[in-house]
Ligand binder design. Structure first.
Ligand code: PLP
Length: 400
């Protein structure tokens, strides 16, 4: 443990995170190293961000080249890598247009503004309400926080932003009943991420799409965690045989570089005109160059998406086997591709800690759901090693 750095971290940083007592300095592929030289196998992947692993050579070279050429100019001028990234995302999605920002919460804020503006342009000025799901997570800025259907995260920050309501996820009747003449959009994660890796039933999104069409509502899919190959398709909506009107992206998009995006159909995107929205850093050359190299690498030959699906299934089967062996510890295994969750009968924190002592980084969300979002380059032997450690920890009850 690097006591001096940890003390300084505590002294100088606001304590918004209860971070593990580890200072990470270096990473390559699936591995990271702390300042005191300990090696870890990383199944957190920067919370579903490092989709190509740490310091992937193509991302590093793209960043180096771009840093030497041009780092920032603002959106008062056109930016080559931003145009390339927009084209790449549009060519591989339902969308016609992109807007770039710097984070997930910012993408959500922009999507909320776009949905409200669209409703005012095309329907009724009184149509501004957005329905989201209990247990959802959409970010920490005020409107994104309000959209987040978790009361415990709202606490202490009211008054929140008007115009949001919530329904249970994966309950189409509740959603139907919540629609009013003021509703302009439905905002949903394809799979709840922070909410404990909850996968909806196969036909849920088709029914949501149908409700949206019949009530002239926009469907916004928050793909900040599920997007960019995480679930085995470039975007998770593809699994559910629907097309949304807007999606938000961030996490995996830049392969580690900070970037967020809103993608939309042309008719919707047209509600943003000069003056409607903006961002000084959004779509900057550096982040966009990293994102172009990331998305290109993921799409090449479809190899990575295919292997994400295959390895994801392998991983899930191994977790299912653990569940069978430890029925009093494990309630359920959930997820798609390499976005997997294992719900425990007890708090997950101690298991996360026991894993990190043994050189494995995993995460726990919703209190008792172990979350696995490793880089998409993870291989079977690495999964086997983690499973062995989890098995040993459960077997010997080392987390107690
Ligand atoms: C992480 C996340 C966000 C927030 O992204 P930030 O970059 O932390 O602002 C929003 N929605 C979902 C689904 C997320 O997983």
């Amino acid at each position: 443990m690097d006591k001096k750095l940890l003390d300084e971290s505590k002294k100088y940083l606001m304590s918004t995170y209860s971070s593990a007592p580890i200072v990470l300095r270096k990473g390559r592929g699936m591995k990271v190293w702390s300042t005191d030289g300990k090696e870890y196998l990383d199944f957190v992947g920067g919370i579903a961000v490092n989709c190509l692993g740490h310091c992937h050579p193509r991302v590093v070279i793209a960043l180096q080249k771009q840093a030497q050429r041009l780092i920032h100019v603002s959106n008062l001028y056109h930016i080559e890598p931003q145009i390339a990234l927009a084209k790449l995302l549009v060519d591989h999605s339902f969308a016609d247009k992109a807007f770039f920002c710097n984070s997930g919460a910012e993408a959500i804020e922009g999507a909320i503004k776009l949905a409200r503006k669209y409703a005012k342009d095309h329907h009724d000025p009184e149509k501004y309400e957005i329905i989201s799901a209990y247990g959802s997570f959409h970010g920490r800025t005020l409107a994104a926080l309000t959209a987040t259907g978790q009361e415990r995260l709202h606490k202490g920050f009211d008054p929140l932003v008007p115009g949001f309501s919530y329904v249970p996820f994966n309950d189409i009747n509740a959603l139907q009943n919540a629609i009013t003449s003021r509703t302009c959009a439905i905002l949903l994660e394809p799979i709840l991420g922070e909410g404990g890796i909850r996968v909806p039933s196969d036909d849920y999104f088709m029914k949501v799409r149908d409700l949206c069409d019949r009530n002239k509502l926009l469907l916004i899919c928050d793909e900040i965690q599920t997007g960019i190959g995480r679930t085995g398709k470039l975007f998770a909506y593809e699994h559910f045989k629907i097309e949304p009107d807007i999606i938000t992206l961030a996490k995996g998009l830049g392969g580690g570089a900070p970037i967020g995006a809103i993608l939309a159909k042309e008719t919707v995107a047209d509600s943003f005109q000069p003056g409607s929205h903006g961002s000084t850093f959004g779509g900057n050359p550096l982040s966009c160059a990293a994102a172009v190299s990331t998305v290109e690498t993921i799409l090449e030959d479809g190899f990575m998406l295919e292997s994400c699906r295959r390895i994801g299934l392998y991983f899930k089967e191994k977790l299912e086997k653990l569940k069978k062996d430890f029925p009093s510890d494990i309630i359920e295994v959930r997820g798609m591709g390499l976005m997997l969750g294992m719900e425990l009968t007890k708090a997950g924190g101690p298991i996360v800690e026991a894993c990190s002592k043994r050189g494995f980084l995993i995460n726990c969300t919703s209190g008792n759901v172990l979350r696995f979002t490793p880089p998409l380059i993870v291989v079977e032997q690495e999964i086997d090693r983690l499973i062995d450690v989890l098995e040993d920890i459960l077997e010997r009850q080392l987390y107690k």
